[in-house]
Design a protein around this ligand. Structure first.
Ligand SMILES: CC(C)=CCC/C(C)=C/CC/C(C)=C/CC/C(C)=C/CC/C(C)=C/CC/C(C)=C/CC/C(C)=C/COP(=O)(O)OP(=O)(O)O
Ligand SMILES: O=P(O)(O)OC[C@@H](O)CO
Ligand SMILES: [Mg+2]
Length: 259
């Protein structure tokens, strides 16, 4: 579901967004919109936001943080699980309860597990989940290895929600992840920050900036996409002067033929 996402916006149903700002976000050419937040998320405000986003063709998924606010009709469902918490309910307790009650109704093929490592101790989500957010690089390395090799989860999410994170921490995760997709989110507010995290993470999440400066938020799409393009497309060498180029001999061509 999320494969190929380079940039996503996370919109909070508990915050006001004008029609114009929403239009700018939906037409920004971001890869997807994630609807979710930590507090004040209800069925009513989530469905109202989904209805407004559905005026546009951008893919839209819900990040489930509370079972009572799951709304049918999203393209997919992101299911967070927190690794660096000591409270079992945020790791898999609430998930167990959800599946115990509604297991027959869950569209599994449209659900994607996000393995959160929360690194900002002052974030709401950190306080909510009682995360041990004061980690060392070696801890992040270990969590990344756990996700990549033992759990074989699809996504590791480095979460700094509300403040820009330490690129060294993201790099520590990056070095371990080949199969799993790396999400980064937290405090992206300018070009330098967007480009830095786009160099390290597979998917960059922009949230609060939408509510502070929507024009700047829209520009992060281009900065992330251009950084990714620069990293994947080999640099063009100096143009060859055709007059100096040595023509291929028939034997060279023959050597190229397989079989
Ligand atoms: C019929 C139909 C559509 C069915 C779908 C059913 C479905 C998808 C079921 C899901 C099954 C399932 C296993 C659900 C899990 C249930 C659950 C409640 C799990 C708990 C998830 C969890 C660990 C939540 C903790 C909070 C968290 C990690 C939130 C992430 C989002 C986040 C950090 C947002 C930023 O929040 P914000 O408010 O913006 O914060 P700031 O103030 O810092 O900006
Ligand atoms: O809101 P910001 O700080 O941009 O963080 C984005 C996202 O990671 C929040 O879950
Ligand atoms: Mg927020």
């Amino acid at each position: 579901m999320a494969a190929g996402w380079r940039h996503v916006f996370k919109l909070d149903p508990n915050r006001a967004l004008s029609d114009l700002a929403l239009k700018m976000i939906c037409l920004s050419e971001t890869d997807a919109i994630v609807v979710g937040g930590t507090d004040g998320i209800t069925f009513a405000n989530t469905s109202a936001l989904l209805e407004r986003i559905r005026r546009y063709s951008v893919p839209c998924v819900q990040e489930v943080s509370d079972l009572s606010s799951v709304v049918p009709g999203f393209d997919g469902y992101l299911i967070p699980t927190v690794l660096n918490t000591e409270e079992m309910k945020w790791a898999h307790g609430m998930h167990f309860e959800a599946i115990r009650q509604y297991g027959d109704l869950i569209p599994w093929e449209r659900c994607l597990l996000l393995g959160y490592v929360i690194l900002n101790p002052d974030a709401k989500v950190s306080r909510l989940t009682k995360a041990d957010a004061l980690l060392q690089e070696a801890d992040v390395t270990a969590y990344a290895r756990l996700i990549e090799h033992l759990f074989e989860w699809p996504v590791m999410y480095i979460e700094y929600s509300g403040r820009f994170g330490d690129p060294q921490m993201v790099l520590a995760a990056r070095k371990q992840l080949k199969r799993a997709q790396l999400f980064y989110g937290g405090g992206i507010s300018n070009r330098e920050q967007a480009e830095k995290m786009a160099e390290l993470a597979d998917t960059v999440v922009v949230g609060n900036l939408v509510y502070r400066n929507v024009e700047m938020a829209v520009r992060t799409v281009k900065w992330v996409q251009e950084t990714k393009k620069r990293l994947t497309e080999p640099e063009q060498g100096p143009a060859t002067d055709k007059a100096d180029a040595v023509p291929l001999e028939p034997k060279d061509l023959k050597n190229d033929v397989k079989g």
